[in-house]
Every structure is written in C-alpha cells, then in structure tokens.
Ligand binder design. Structure first.
Ligand code: SF4
Length: 472
C-alpha cells in the first residue's frame, strides 16, 4: 500500500528564518522581537532559568576535543549462539538437512517457536521423539534468562530484566492497552551514545544484541501473555489510551488481531489482542547503531510463520537519537514501519549537550532525514520530546520546533512530548504540569499536531536501563 502524502507547501527550507536566529542559536528571543507566538508568550518565558545538561553521579566520558565520547562500533567480544531466529527459513532448512534431518522438521520447529512460543521439546509432539532434543539443541539455544519481573499499573504493565548468555543485562517492558499490546524492546547491551540523562549509556556499549536476542524478547512476552500473566488495563489506563491513540502507534493490527484471536480463546479482559501487537525500539541501546541485526529482527517480526512472527510492520516503531545516514537507509527499506526521532531540543546549543550525537549530525540534518523518511515512505513520523524542567521546556523552543517542522511541510509529523519522571533534587526532572500544557498548546496553536504522552510503569520505570544498572 502506498499511503497518500499531504501536499508539500513551499517554500521548503531547513534553514531557520532571519527572525529566529537567536532561538536557533539556542538563545531566547530578544524582548519585544522575533516571536510570532500568540499573546501570553515568550517574554515571561524568557525569564525562566536555563538549566544546562550534565551527568549526575557519574563521569561522562569525553573525547580528545572535550566533547562527550561517541561509540559506534562494538568491542570485539564473544557473540551469542546462533538461533533459529537468526536464520531465514531456507537457512534453517539447509541446516536441518546438513544434520541429516528432513527440512520439513525445521518448518515444524519454526512454527513451535513463532506461533506457540515454545522451546520445550516435550511440547513438540508432532516431531519424532528422537529428533526433538537434537533440533532444540541445534536451533533453540537459550538466549534470555529472566532475572526479575516487576508488575505495575494493576498488572497491565510488566517490566522484564533479562540476562544474556554472557551475563549482559537488558530490559523489555510489556504494556496491555484496550486494543493493543505494546512491547518496548532493547537492541543493544548498553549504548555508545552517551546521553547524560540515561542510565543505559553510563557504561558505554558492551555489544550489539543479535537478531534472535531481539526477537526472543517478543516470543518470551507472548509466552507470558499466553499464560495469562498480563492483566487488563483498568479504567484510568483505558482513558489514558485515548492520548496514545494518535501517536503513530497504529491500532489496526491490534484490532484485526483482536478479532482473529476471538477464536483462540479469551484474554483475561475478554477483549484485545492475545499477543504483542506493537513494538517500540525504545528500550536499551540505539537501534540504528545496530542496523543490520535490527533490520533482520524486524523482518523476522513481519514475516508470517513459519518464517517469523507475522506482525504488522505498521505496528513497529524504530526510534533514534538521529543517526542521519541510517535514517536515510531505513527509508529505502520498503517497510511501512513507524519512524520516531528523539529530538528533545530544536536548537543545537542545547542538543549538542543533551544528545551528544548532535555533534555529528545537527538538529536540522536529523529533521531533514526524518522528513526524507516521510517523503520516501509516505508515513507520518513522530518527534519524541522529553520535557525536562527549565532545560528544554521553554515556549520559545516550542516555537522554534514548530518553525523548523512547518518549514518542511504540513501533515508529515506528529510531536509527542513526554514528561520526564519527577526526580526531586535532580536537574533531570519533569516539567511542571502547566509548563507542559503551555508547551503543547503553543505547538498546536502553530499548527503542529501534538499529543502529550503519559508514561506507563512510572513506579518501576525511571529511565530505561535503571533496572539493569541496579542489578549490576
Ligand atoms: S537515551 Fe537512548 S541513545 Fe541515549 S544513551 Fe540512552 S539508550 Fe543510548
């Protein structure tokens, strides 16, 4: 399907206009000038303090030029054992034949894994008893061992902490909504992007996760759902879902799944999908820094069984802090996945410190790449914006963001501000509710579709990587 695109207004330019030069440089507009914002506006906002990002309680590694160090390549470390989900179906069939087993058995084994979420030979009764153990040993080495599981939101959210074969720890978060089940997954052990607010980045990048390790998070989550371990959302969470419905987290798959699942037995809520319907790559790691394995994992998610899980690509969101060449490559993959840019600041002065990869690719380049994704795929992109008190939540930044997005076109983007978790005494704390409302209102008044997101799992969450950091 090729979704229609909204017409691109002209002139289109990534360069900030003359009047916004101060804001583009990371300075509030001069009193009495520069802002076309509605009344009530920027001047009072300009008097608010400007907190600069800095690492708290840990030493942020710096490069020779004194900038936060970036690590793109993984160190040379032992890789996880090869698993069925690392291979295409043809490769599995070939491997089975090499082992002297019929290729058909590789297909049956794949169905057990991708459709019944099992790696237990006892349950594979359609396979000859003498080959079951061998098949499981060869194709399904254990990848993720559960270390901890924390439930919140009355059981509608589960946060998993997994230990990998080499002891590395990663997290995934499973959330049931009325008409979809979303899993937030990790793509790397640690992360090399060195964002000063992030627990995951503090120890750098240990290694990339394999495709199968990425996919197995979903299979394990599906297993928990099938066992009835994920409860239905309560009324408050369902009400909150209205907020999420406009986020590019599309529900069409979830709805079709709900009807398909009706014949497969009821969930604890009696409605909704029976397995993970939506994936967000917003757990540990920068997915586009592990491009090859992430894309192979996405193909395994999308391909129908026995090749893979048969999920809708439209329900998969890949989020990045702005690895521009990889965003452009992603646009050419011909997969209708949802793309999200974690921008967090429209001005380079702040973003250089907040998102160190901005020293490599500037905010305008990242926004241009996001727009290219829209132009190439016809799919509206999301801009993620964590609202941090007195750091990036000034109205002039909402205005600058709107100006930059509108300069490229209308209808191509949706902004999702997200309150940071409140952390008293830290510079990394949530904006005040009225400041968040004003920020959202300002974007909307300037014609930018915007939805303030709430975060699931507040009590157990913190930022991604905190659970793993606590366990180390
Ligand atoms: S915020 Fe994301 S990109 Fe930045 S260090 Fe953390 S995991 Fe990596």
């Amino acid at each position: 399907m090729s979704p229609s695109k909204n017409p691109r207004p002209e002139p289109s330019s990534s360069a900030p206009k003359q009047g916004s030069a101060r804001r583009a440089a990371g300075q509030p507009p001069a009193a009495g000038g520069g802002s076309k914002a509605p009344a009530g506006g920027s001047n009072a906002d300009a008097s608010r303090p400007q907190i600069r990002p800095k690492a708290e309680g840990w030493q942020q590694p710096m490069d020779a030029e004194g900038r936060p160090k970036l690590q793109f390549a993984q160190p040379k470390v032992k890789q996880p054992p090869k698993h069925l989900a690392d291979m295409t179906l043809d490769e599995r069939i070939d491997k089975a034949k090499e082992l002297g087993i019929s290729g058909f058995r590789a297909k049956q084994l794949s169905v057990h894994y991708f459709r019944h979420y099992t790696a237990d030979p006892e349950q594979m009764t359609d396979l000859p008893a003498e080959t079951r153990e061998q098949l499981v040993e060869e194709f399904l080495p254990p990848l993720l061992t559960e270390v901890r599981r924390l439930k919140t939101d009355d059981g509608a959210t589960i946060k998993f902490l997994w230990r990998l074969f080499d002891g590395a720890l990663v997290e995934s978060v499973l959330m049931r909504y009325r008409s979809r089940i979303t899993l937030c997954i990790s793509s790397q052990c640690g992360c090399g992007m060195n964002c000063p607010f992030c627990a995951t980045g503090q120890n750098g990048l240990t290694r990339n996760m394999s495709s199968a390790e990425i996919v197995d998070q979903i299979v394990q989550a599906n297993r928990a759902i099938a066992a009835g371990e994920l409860d239905a959302p309560n009324a408050a969470e369902i009400a909150e879902e209205q907020d999420h419905a406009a986020l590019g987290e599309e529900t069409e798959f979830a709805e079709s799944e709900a009807s398909a699942a009706a014949g497969k037995g009821a969930s604890s809520s009696g409605v909704g999908p029976q397995r993970v319907s939506n994936i967000v790559f917003m757990g540990m790691g920068e997915p586009l820094a592990n491009y090859k394995r992430v894309m192979s994992a996405v193909r395994r998610m999308v391909d129908p069984a026995p090749e893979g899980l048969g999920m809708s690509a439209r329900g998969i969101t890949i989020s990045t802090v702005g690895l521009v060449p990889a965003i452009r490559k992603l646009a050419d993959e011909n997969l209708p996945i949802t793309f999200a840019l974690s921008l967090h600041a429209p001005d380079d002065q702040l973003r250089d410190e907040l998102i160190p990869v901005n020293s490599r690719w500037k905010a305008d380049e990242a926004i241009d790449a996001a727009y290219h994704y829209y132009e190439t795929t016809g799919r509206r992109v999301s801009i993620e914006y964590a609202l941090i008190k007195d750091m990036n939540d000034h109205l002039w930044r909402a205005e600058l963001l709107a100006e930059k997005l509108n300069a490229r076109g209308r209808g191509w983007v949706h902004v999702n501000p997200i309150p940071l978790n409140p952390t008293p005494g830290s510079i990394w704390t949530s904006s005040e509710p009225e400041v968040m409302r004003a920020f959202v209102n300002r974007l909307e008044s300037l014609g930018v579709p915007t939805t303030l997101r709430d975060t699931r799992g507040k009590e157990i969450d913190g930022a991604c990587g905190q659970l793993a950091a606590a366990e180390d």
